[in-house]
Write a protein that binds this ligand. Structure first.
Ligand SMILES: Cc1cc2nc3c(=O)[nH]c(=O)nc-3n(C[C@H](O)[C@H](O)[C@H](O)COP(=O)(O)O)c2cc1C
Length: 245
């Protein structure tokens, strides 16, 4: 079943050396696809970064299912170069808050962020206070695995680590939103303190911190507008199969 392909995937030699399985997929009609795509767009449009999370508990199973969803992300050479470190421990969350606030105080109050950066952040109303790290029921830190190890202990190179982690982070945010939870994509720069707090090796580098929970009742978010389709999409040439042009 190679259809229009002159060089079908996988090539027969490869197919003999590595296992392949049928792809599990249900095909929808064009109309269904458009409806589903628009529904996904509308659900994602309701996602916001929340900086006033409530202390109300959230089941660990929900966090874990979202991590599993994120971990289905495509990754360079399927190396899945990520680790999601999860904590709901009050003492650890307090340490995270204090360490993050120490860095952020330098960023905001001692001009470690240049004026252009500060100006870009102004509409968001953020400052050095990071209480949400202590108050949210869960904090998940996504670490990128800069390299792995072979069975003999030697270093295994990882490919496209940042791209892979960026996609996994996006899928994590989407899964949390689908689950009905809120989060903030938080990068309290520099993030080296996270290795100390979580006792992670140097081969793991903090990528993003996600405080997770329900929004505190009455929470507000910046009144942002998002770019329109015309601003973010460039269509080159007519759609395939379009005879009109
Ligand atoms: C890589 C990255 C880092 C971010 N770091 C922070 C941060 O440290 N603190 C913060 O308050 N928001 C942070 N944000 C959240 C953005 O400010 C937010 O996504 C943006 O303002 C759009 O708002 P929305 O997420 O509600 O659509 C970060 C977002 C991204 C993608």
């Amino acid at each position: 079943m190679s259809g229009p392909y002159e060089h079908p995937y996988p090539n027969p030699e490869l197919a003999e050396t590595h296992p392949f399985v049928p792809h599990d997929h249900r095909r929808h009609t064009d109309a269904e696809i458009v409806t589903r795509a628009r529904a996904a767009r509308d659900r994602m449009a309701g996602r916001r970064s929340v900086r006033m999370l409530a202390p109300d508990p959230v089941p660990l199973e929900a966090i874990e299912a979202c991590i599993e969803a994120a971990s289905t992300a495509p990754s360079g050479a399927h190396q899945q170069p990520w680790r999601f470190v999860v904590t709901g421990d009050a003492d650890i969350k307090r340490r995270l808050r204090l360490a993050a606030e120490e860095e952020e105080r330098t960023n905001y109050l001692e001009q470690r962020m240049n004026p252009e950066w500060q100006e870009a952040l102004a509409p968001l109303g953020t400052d050095w206070h990071k209480e949400f790290l202590e108050i949210a029921p869960w904090v998940v830190v996504l670490f990128e695995l800069r390299h792995g190890h072979h069975a003999d202990g030697s270093v295994k190179h990882h490919y496209y680590v940042k791209e892979s982690c960026g996609i996994a982070a996006g899928m994590f945010v989407a899964a949390l939103h689908e689950a009905g939870l809120c989060t903030l994509t938080h990068t309290p720069s520099p993030m080296a303190f996270l290795n100390q707090v979580f006792e992670r090796p140097r081969s793991e580098r903090p990528f993003v911190v996600f405080p997770i929970g329900h929004p505190l009742p009455g929470t507000v978010v910046p009144d942002l507008t998002r770019k329109t389709l015309d601003e973010v999409r460039t269509l080159v040439g007519p759609p395939p199969g379009d005879a009109s042009g």
